[in-house]
Design a protein around this ligand. Structure first.
Ligand SMILES: [Zn+2]
Length: 402
């Protein structure tokens, strides 16, 4: 089959405003496989568009119309949750319905593709300018990646002859040497309290690849830093410790530099980011979801908590996304200036942090991203357990089932 034909065979719609999607001939019933309703249509509804099945104001499904035209598909349709913003429909490649695709393998595929990524294109926006760190550290990172900090080798290029070599080991001091290959740096990174990097070691040979991998390492829970990310603070402190050694002759232990980085990161976070916890509970058999969230201020005092529930929810991920959307609406009503969001859904957090698409929750993601623009700064963190919000979510699920 030629490329175009293969492509056309796999194209389906993610419903946004439903305009231009033909109910009977386009694939729009599923975000993961090609599926269109099986007719036959009547003379009256043969030209029906998906937009005709949505309420023009809320963009929620019009159940009366669905029951009139597509009664057998009501359940299926209600599992689709379009954005309330009436965004444009998206035409996407839907994996083959042959069974090769499963939700799990789909996520894995997304993760694999994004991790290997395009090594030449450094993502400045997300790896430097959107990091939740103070501007002085953003500018430091930018300088590091532009070979614009005064290490020995760069001073040599400019004709400055003093102190070209590393004060710690005597080798030529380059940026990769200082931050990665110097024995002191090796020892430093072996002791940092960060989760192991999941990536291809071969791709780490390039300094910018090494750097982006460091930025993505998750701080381990006992630290109390659950915000992204610790690595910039570590790099910054490695640099300031080097300057103290070069200019003042003061040497610090690896452990001391790490403790200082952690303390600074924590203090900055406490001062700058509000806290919010969200969670969802989903019951597979009943396909129902309960959403719970808690909003706290920096001191940990509860500002607001809430829960809700919904029927026709296709997965736990959808519940988590709906919970986040609800919580953001609440935070908007509270006029909170900034937010730090914690969720125990790693897929959702990664999707938001990386700016990925995920067909299954396309519409809700659009709403979340739109609401997120109201807060500055806003950041997202994965926490393995979210027990308070979790019990709220379960409580609302119980009420829904009763
Ligand atoms: Zn060295």
């Amino acid at each position: 089959m030629a490329g175009k034909a293969v492509l056309e065979k796999g194209l389906g719609y993610l419903v946004g405003n439903g305009e231009n999607i033909k109910v009977w001939t386009d694939s729009w019933l599923s975000p993961s496989k090609l599926e269109a309703p099986i007719g036959p249509p009547t003379l009256d509804n043969q030209n029906l568009l998906v937009a005709d099945l949505l309420h023009p104001q809320s963009n929620e499904w019009d159940l009366e119309k669905i029951r009139l035209h597509l009664p057998h598909y009501e359940e299926k349709i209600r599992f689709l949750i379009p954005s309330s913003l009436k965004q444009r429909n998206r035409q996407v490649w839907l994996p083959d319905p042959s069974g090769l695709y499963s939700t799990k393998s789909g996520y894995r595929k997304i993760f694999e593709e994004k991790l290997i990524g395009q090594p030449d294109q450094f993502d400045w926006k997300n790896l430097v300018w959107r990091l939740q760190v103070p501007p002085k550290i953003q500018h430091f990172l930018w300088s590091v990646l532009h070979n614009a900090i005064p290490v020995g080798s760069l001073l040599a290029i400019r004709g400055i002859q003093s102190a070209l070599n590393c004060k710690r080991c005597g080798e030529l001091e380059t940026i990769p040497h200082l931050f990665t290959s110097c024995p002191f740096a090796v020892q430093f990174w072996s002791k940092v309290p960060l989760a192991k990097i999941i990536t291809d070691p071969a791709s780490l040979a390039v300094f910018s690849d090494w750097f982006s991998a460091q930025v993505h390492r998750v701080a381990l829970p006992p630290l109390g830093i659950i915000s992204s990310p610790l690595a910039p603070w570590l790099l910054w402190n490695l640099w300031t410790a080097r300057n103290k050694l070069v200019f003042e002759g003061k040497a610090f232990l690896v452990e001391d530099i790490i403790s200082k980085a952690v303390a600074e990161a924590r203090a900055w976070e406490d001062a700058n980011l509000g806290k919010k916890k969200i969670d969802g509970a989903w019951q597979e058999s009943a396909k129902t979801g309960g959403m719970g969230w808690i909003i706290k201020n920096e001191e940990g005092a509860v500002l607001c908590r809430g829960s809700s529930n919904r029927i026709y929810v296709g997965s736990a991920l959808i519940v988590e996304a709906l919970a986040m959307r609800d919580a953001l609406k609440q935070a908007k009503d509270l006029l909170l200036p900034s937010l730090h969001i914690y969720s125990d859904s790693q897929v959702l957090i990664s999707t938001l942090c990386e700016g990925w698409d995920l067909n299954e929750i396309e519409g809700i993601l659009t709403d979340i991203r739109n609401l997120a623009t109201l807060f500055c700064p806003i950041s997202y963190s994965f926490v393995p357990e979210n027990s308070q919000a979790d019990s709220l979510a379960r409580a609302s699920l119980t009420r829904l089932i009763m």
